[in-house]
Design a protein around this ligand. Structure first.
Ligand code: ADP
Ligand code: MG
Length: 710
């Protein structure tokens, strides 16, 4: 297509002024509004308020000296460096710089008077400082500690400091509390909050030198307490706002009906009885769906707890009421497995189920889309393909999202938006095998109703977990032989190699070759010849993936070598041994998920965590902690708690939050008293001072607030 130049005058006039490098860097830090700048608090401080004389200093002190340069030379031994000798009248000190600019060299000319700040080292030649910060000794000493801010490449401290100061001066820092509102907080944590927001911010940006640096560093200083309380309150308010907004929306009433209904027939046809836990959560879900407001419920249950059947029963209630239901899973393998299972249960009962993935043939896809649009397909199972624009439901009333944490906010929103006619929203049931620790449930997920499957179906034998050094790999292979001889099946998960799908693949292929050679009778596997070992990886075409999975499910292959594509949901009850190669590279939740692929039948199951220390003498502290936790417990809740402990909430929340709503200052593990206060305060504030509440959320969360609603 030919390039079509826009009319010159109109175009140039409309263009916004080009952004400066500083603006771009500030944007990168999320500092676009004045209030964002004001709330950008120092990481630490440097004390430039006093001068220490060299004769009264001790080795190891970080001090500031004021002295005259007596010598300044570039030396080349042992490597190029600038060596500057200064004298402060009491003693001399040598300043060394390995990297320096001509301008710095000029500032350090003999005779110049400077202030230098750094760690003092003693030595054979007298005092030295390595790479001290320095400036000309002009003007008064600052009265406050010098803040050091979190920054990004290309944004220097002085420039950032200036921007923060300007933001601080311009921003509206008026309190969002009425007098008396903070009494409860005062009582809870002592008289800490008599600080106004303005006073707290001014202080934290420029604390007086008499303050205990420790209370600033560990955020226990009253000014910090005040800010953390405000931050937690903003988060609680925003969760509460979305909860109330949702309560004002309409959803189809899906009442549970008994007597020959699909729901009852499905229940009767199941080859097992529901556990008490399954009955309890099913009742909670049914109760929500029978109300005219959209359900927003998270079903959490450890791997193997039996969430699928709970979802199927909810779907049956929905279909009994004459509405459509969709189930979305994060991977094709998982979606396919759900599809098979649901088809097996529901097809005999006369239900038409549609299947949607991004990889199916155009013709199949068209057929499915027609079934969905006409309403003939009452149930739709698939991957992200379900939320694409071209998919039109006739009347979607229940959306089930399996492994919800694998989906982004936007994807969940998209599914909800699939029923927008008649101003209604579908009911949303999210499922996860990664339970949410209590403090997170109270904060990030405060607008979610949670149902918990706290009981596994009967007849499961606990999985024994062993940590084995890579050096004993051959013993593990022996063990695989033994399993196969008993007619059992085995998973072998290959090491996770971050940033490299190619290496992932070559690893899996090599392991597959190794195991085939061992298990197929010594002969190298001939292409096409039947093998006891299957190979599954994410780069395979979907058809091939399906075939490999099917062979394993049907027991045609005994061992499945795979990359982490089998991580979620796969259900083959005859598999009783899980080997995780290079287990030290996996996260704790991921290890637990993988382990959950075995122990699904009556046979005793085992999980072997093969580890290697590589070139290091031993495993890292956190890797050891993870493997230890795996051996010590099979309980998903305990695993989640420890995972949170090891990683901290930021990483634990992973994709969902990805910086969107992270708490900057408060720490959920430590600030539980403040969190409790914020939880109690939020509804009161929203009722009594709604305008202030809105202002508070805007101030703290700004545009991020929208995201919290999903
Ligand atoms: P998850 O909660 O991990 O998704 P699944 O729904 O895949 O677990 O269930 C795990 C296995 O347990 C499946 O084979 C399922 O059919 C079976 N199952 C579910 N509920 C029960 C029950 N009440 N009694 C016996 N087996 C059950
Ligand atoms: Mg599942």
């Amino acid at each position: 297509m030919p390039h079509n130049p826009a009319p010159l005058h109109a175009d140039t006039a409309a263009k916004p002024a080009p952004k400066s490098a500083t603006d771009k860097a500030l944007e990168k830090l999320g500092l676009t509004r004045d209030i964002d700048l004001a709330l950008h608090l120092p990481l630490r401080y440097e004390d430039e308020t006093r001068i220490t004389k060299l004769d009264s200093a001790r080795e190891g002190d970080t001090i500031q000296i004021e002295a005259t340069v007596t010598q300044c030379d570039v030396s080349y031994r042992p490597r190029k460096q600038l060596v500057v000798t200064v004298n402060d009248g009491t003693d001399t000190c040598v300043l060394r710089f390995f990297n320096f600019y001509p301008s710095q060299q000029k500032a350090l000319e003999v005779g110049n008077r400077i202030r230098a700040r750094g760690e003092l080292k003693g030595g054979f030649m007298g005092w030295t400082m390595l790479h001290p910060a320095f400036r000309g000794a002009t003007g008064d000493l600052p009265k406050a500690l010098t803040p050091i801010y979190p920054t990004v490449a290309g944004l220097s401290q002085p420039v950032l400091r200036k921007a923060v100061l300007a933001g601080l001066a311009r921003a509206d820092l008026s309190d969002t509390f009425e007098p008396g509102d903070l009494d409860a907080l005062d009582k809870r944590i002592g008289s800490h909050v008599l600080w106004t927001l303005r006073a707290a911010l001014l202080f934290l940006h420029h604390p007086t030198p008499d303050v205990s640096l420790e209370t600033l560093q560990d955020h226990t200083h009253p000014a910090w307490q005040r800010l953390k309380a405000e931050e937690l309150l903003a988060q609680q308010l925003s969760q509460l706002q979305s909860r109330r907004a949702r309560a004002a929306l309409r959803a189809p009433v899906l009442a549970e009906v008994h007597g020959g209904t699909l729901h009852d027939r499905l229940l009767a046809a199941l080859p097992f009885a529901l556990t008490n836990a399954q009955r309890k959560v099913s009742a909670e879900i049914a109760h929500d769906m029978a109300r005219p407001v959209p359900m927003h419920r998270l079903l959490q249950g450890d791997v193997g707890a039996g969430k699928t059947v709970v979802a199927a029963l909810a779907a049956a209630i929905c279909m009994d009421a004459g509405w459509q239901c969709a189930l979305m899973a994060p991977t094709e393998i998982l979606a396919e497995q759900h599809f098979r299972k649901l088809l097996g249960w529901l097809e005999p009962l006369g239900i038409t189920t549609a299947w949607l993935t991004g990889t199916q043939k155009a013709k199949d896809r068209r057929t499915m889309l027609a079934l969905i649009e006409s309403g003939e397909a009452q149930l739709v199972v698939g991957t992200h393909a379900i939320i694409q624009e071209k998919v039109h439901f006739k009347n979607l009333a229940l959306a089930v999202i399996d492994e919800q944490h694998r989906f982004g906010v936007a994807q969940r929103l998209a599914l909800r938006n699939k029923l927008r006619h008649e101003a209604m929203e579908p009911h949303l049931l999210m499922m996860t095998a990664t339970p949410i620790p209590r403090t997170l449930a109270m904060s990030y997920y405060a607008d979610l109703d949670v149902s918990t499957l706290d009981e596994l179906p009967p007849g499961r034998t606990p999985i024994i977990t062993k940590v084995v050094n890579e050096a004993r790999r051959h013993e593990v292979i022996e063990r695989i032989h033994a399993q196969i001889d008993q007619g059992r099946q085995v998973y072998w998960v290959c090491p996770l190699i971050e940033e490299s799908e190619v290496l992932d693949l070559s690893n899996a292929t090599a392991t597959h070759a190794e195991l085939s050679a061992e298990l197929d009778g010594g002969a190298p596997a001939v292409p096409g010849a039947p093998s006891k070992v299957g190979l599954l990886h994410s780069r395979m075409p979907p058809d091939e993936k399906k075939a490999v999975m099917a062979a394993f499910i049907q027991g045609k292959t005994a061992v499945l070598v795979s990359t982490t594509v089998i991580e979620v949901g796969v259900d083959v009850p005859n598999a009783s041994l899980m080997v995780i190669d290079h287990a030290e590279r996996f996260g704790l939740s991921q290890l637990h998920q993988l382990r959950g692929r075995v122990g699904r039948g009556a046979a005793a199951s085992a999980c072997v965590l093969l580890y290697s220390t590589g070139d290091a003498p031993r495993l890292s502290e956190t890797a050891r902690e993870r493997l230890k936790a795996m051996v010590e417990t099979n309980d998903g809740f305990e695993i989640a708690r420890r995972d949170l402990e090891i990683r901290g909430p930021g990483e634990f929340l992973g994709a969902r939050q990805s910086g969107e709503a992270m708490l900057r200052f408060a720490n959920l593990a430590e600030d539980t008293a403040l969190l409790d206060w914020a939880r109690a305060e939020a509804p009161k504030m929203l009722d009594r001072h709604p305008a202030l509440a809105v202002k508070h959320v805007q101030r703290w969360l700004g545009s991020k607030a929208e995201y919290l609603k999903a």
